[in-house]
Design a protein around this ligand. Structure first.
Ligand code: FES
Ligand code: FE2
Length: 362
């Protein structure tokens, strides 16, 4: 008989040195959410952001392609842009070297006087970028496999579940700071063993708990369930699309999740790790063409007041517990039949977490 699999050692969640390793070995080698493509709608639109300890920016070229660059001038390293805006070319504020939207050096004061100066050899450092259902993702690893390899079928499934995705724009971003390690928050999101006790509406809501399951699909954790009591829904779910009477989610390792509610209503989670014991969870809510949508706004408020609020208390208590000398990591409840009361999904997550920090663990 094999021994039960134990939860990760507390130091993975409490040791600043582990977080330092993750910045390089995990955050810089996985697909991370940058911005929504609708924030870059025309040539020259740019958006700067921080990720894995780096400053980066996305910019749309005249060819309509969104590219991402490290936010650093190839002359003497001044940062190039901040915030969000539109520009014809990228001009460095230090000595006015000018770059094309495709990253190549275009001009610089007095550079023609420098013997052997080869303008064509100087280019901003580009970062792998993919647009996935209208969401811009970047990966600092130049050799990273494409998202479709990491998350097989997820794109095709989501296109079917959210057929209006090309017209969606962010309506609201709800910011939720949590005093815990990002992995505590992600694990909590990825199991429903805690749901019946902690989410009072879970058993009586539209999700049919006994059918809820979470299975890996590559590095995606796919949540599926049957629904019940759909007549209780407070909005009209008859969108006319397929899957309008279903609920599902696609968590993309390590820090993003697409959720689709009945009526094909898309909402998202993304996590930004601020340190070993600080994370911000962002809930994203979208509407067609960015139109104000009473239903979506109501869902965002209700979600913040219920599930999100309930989960904050859980994850912050866990983080305090992980700091206790009295904690010995317990066995995960892995039911061979899987299902709602099994932590097999946490087992998969913790395997990926260990791989990222300790290298492949067979
Ligand atoms: S550092 Fe950018 S032009 Fe000098
Ligand atoms: Fe929860």
């Amino acid at each position: 008989m094999s021994a039960p699999i134990r939860s990760l050692a507390a130091r993975y969640y409490t040791d600043p040195a582990v977080f330092e390793i993750e910045q390089v070995g995990l955050l810089a080698r996985t697909w991370q959410f940058a911005c929504h493509a609708s924030e870059l709608s025309g040539p020259g639109d740019y958006f700067a952001f921080e990720m894995a300890g780096e400053s980066l920016f996305c910019v749309m070229g005249r060819d309509g392609v969104i590219r991402t660059f490290y936010n650093v001038c190839q002359h003497r390293a001044h940062q190039l842009v901040s915030g969000q805006g539109t520009t014809r070319v990228i001009v460095c504020p230090y000595h006015a070297w000018t770059y094309e939207l495709t990253g190549g050096l275009r001009a610089g004061p007095n550079i023609a006087q420098v013997e052997g100066f080869d303008k064509s050899s100087i280019c901003l450092t580009e970062v792998r970028t993919e647009v996935f259902l209208g969401f811009v993702f970047v990966n600092l690893d130049p050799d990273a496999a494409p998202m479709d390899d990491w998350f097989p079928n997820a794109r095709a499934e989501l296109e079917e579940w959210v057929p209006q995705h090309g017209r969606l724009k962010p309506l609201e971003w709800v910011e939720i700071p949590e005093r815990c390690n990002w992995k505590v928050s992600v694990e909590n999101y990825s199991e429903c063993y805690h749901c019946s006790l902690n989410h009072p509406t879970f058993a009586t809501g539209v999700v049919k708990p006994e059918t809820y399951d979470i299975q890996p699909q590559g590095y995606c954790l796919r949540h599926t369930t049957e629904c019940q009591n759909l007549e209780q829904m407070t909005y009209d779910i008859d969108s006319g699309y397929a899957h309008s009477h279903e609920y599902s989610s696609w968590y993309l390792w390590p820090m993003f999740s697409f959720q689709v509610y009945p009526g094909n209503v898309l909402n998202t989670y993304h996590w930004r790790a601020l340190g070993h014991d600080r994370v911000v969870v962002w809930r994203g809510w979208y509407s067609v063409d960015g139109a104000d949508d009473e239903t979506v706004r109501r869902l965002a408020v209700q979600d913040r007041a219920t599930t999100v609020e309930e989960d904050i208390h859980l994850v912050e208590s866990v983080q305090r517990g992980l700091n206790s000398r009295g904690y010995v990591p317990g066995p995960l409840v892995v039911d061979p039949r899987c299902g709602v009361n099994s932590e097999h999904s946490v087992m998969h997550l913790q395997r990926w977490m260990r791989e990222a920090v300790d290298g492949r663990d067979g």
